[in-house]
Design a protein around this ligand. Structure first.
Ligand code: NAD
Ligand code: DAU
Length: 373
């Protein structure tokens, strides 16, 4: 089934989860890079989805936003049919590991049932409807491979699946469904399994934006367990460039790991952000006026906020990606170094204070109470 294809050219895309962190960055990237393409976003606008993430696209005639649930097969069929969609890029998911520990049901519903509903609709419209040109790209995670010890080789596509959290298990299930629709029905699919992303529009429940916002507001920086867990960080545009390459040049039915060759312990990454923000306060006197509760105003460094808290249940120790397949087959390489990527990210959060204050609202405060108290 794994035929080699020359080059696929999308023209009408349906992007699920396009109002979330990676999806919104993908939509901006795609419309900037391929202005002739049509991009329709389907998003349920859960707590993690935010129409403001797409504000820059709203006046573009090539862009359309549809509020809806990926579990609604009828709606998906209608969109694929009426809009003559040829490419579905599937980001929509419940994505936060800690929330999956407190409440797994939504993860089963969206990540498994929702993905299956998209596959069913795609099969009906694209295959049963006469075999149209099409592509279904499924965005998944390295967490499906489980956890690594410090000296283990990084995750390759051939690693056995061993998901440890309800989130990871739901993503693993969705990967299997995507694979099965290719193998059984011939749906033209590709899958990517990526490491931890960071960059603009990331919801501040995730480590990097949480730490930035908490430093600026003088709140504790919660470090789970000993803080020595390791993640492989990738700037979000580099993830999206990898997805673009896979859609255009990837082999059908294949999975590709995407990663940054950029492993950090949590405690080191938090200390780095502390140091970079301390430098900003030293260099720019207006920072103290803008962020009166920050520790720098009281003459303390941001590291003084570091607080070790109870560990995440079942916490995976280390993730690392072996990206040789995507780099060898498709010529992929991240363009952003961590040094440039993290500075861009800090700049974005400093320039978009209104954005993160607006999303850290009532329901966010409830989540903080549930997870950290
Ligand atoms: P996110 O939580 O920021 O955004 C998810 C989006 O999906 C939101 O806009 C939300 O409203 C939407 N959504 C949720 N349920 C929906 C439903 N039932 N129907 C329609 N829309 C729905 O997530 P993210 O961090 O941008 O992750 C996007 C994808 O990338 C996910 O599939 C995730 O598993 C995967 N991924 C994320 C990372 C990462 O580091 N964030 C790394 C690898 C892979
Ligand atoms: O690896 C890819 C995955 O990366 C994606 O599939 C997930 O959608 C994404 O959320 C991310 O999962 P993590 O659990 O690795 O990301 P998070 O930002 O939640 O946590 C990063 C590390 O920091 C992890 O080891 C847990 C730790 N952490 C996190 C939070 C929120 C803390 O120590 N304290 C915290 O408050």
């Amino acid at each position: 089934m794994n035929e080699q294809i020359e080059q696929y050219a999308p023209s009408k895309l349906l992007v699920t989860g396009g109002a979330g962190f990676i999806g919104a960055n993908f939509v901006h990237y795609w419309l900037d890079t391929y202005p002739q393409d049509r991009v329709i976003v389907l998003d349920a606008l859960t707590y993690a989805g935010n129409r403001a993430n797409l504000a820059g696209c709203e006046s573009n005639p090539q862009f359309q936003f549809v509020q809806g649930d990926i579990c609604d097969t009828g709606l998906i069929e209608k969109l694929l049919q009426d809009e003559q969609i040829d490419t579905l890029v599937h980001f929509a998911a419940e994505s936060h590991v800690d929330r999956s520990i407190h409440g797994p049901d939504a993860f089963i519903e969206t990540n498994i049932t929702g993905t299956h509903s998209l596959l069913k609709a795609a099969k009906k419209v694209w295959l049963d409807g006469g075999g149209m040109k099409h592509r279904f790209h499924h965005v998944s995670t390295d967490e499906v491979y489980g956890t690594l010890a410090v000296n283990d080789p990084a995750f390759a596509e051939t690693n056995q699946y061993a998901p440890n959290s309800p989130y990871a298990a739901s993503k693993a299930s969705s990967d299997h469904l995507v694979r099965a629709y290719h193998h059984t029905y011939g749906l033209q699919v590709t899958t990517s399994n990526c490491s931890n992303n960071y960059g603009p529009y990331q919801f501040p429940e995730k480590l990097i934006p949480l730490v930035i916002a908490n430093i600026l507001d003088g709140k504790p920086l919660p470090i789970y367990g000993d803080g020595k867990q390791i993640r492989d960080w990738l700037y979000v545009d580099d993830h999206n460039r990898g997805i673009d390459l896979i859609i255009r040049k990837g082999r059908l039915g294949e999975t590709y790991n995407i990663g940054g060759n950029n492993e950090w312990t949590n405690i080191d990454i938090v200390k780095l952000i502390c140091q970079l923000l301390d430098e900003r306060f030293e260099a720019d006197a207006t920072m103290q006026e803008r962020f009166p509760h920050s520790p720098q105003v009281a003459g303390r460094g941001a590291e003084s906020l570091i607080t070790f808290v109870k560990d995440r249940l079942g916490h995976d120790r280390r993730y690392a990606i072996d990206a040789r397949k995507i780099s060898g087959e498709l010529g992929y390489d991240p363009v952003e170094s961590f040094e440039t990527g993290i500075r861009k990210t800090l700049d974005w959060y400093l320039d978009n204070e209104a954005w993160w204050r607006a999303v850290m609202d009532g329901s966010y405060q409830e989540w903080v109470g549930t997870n950290y108290d």
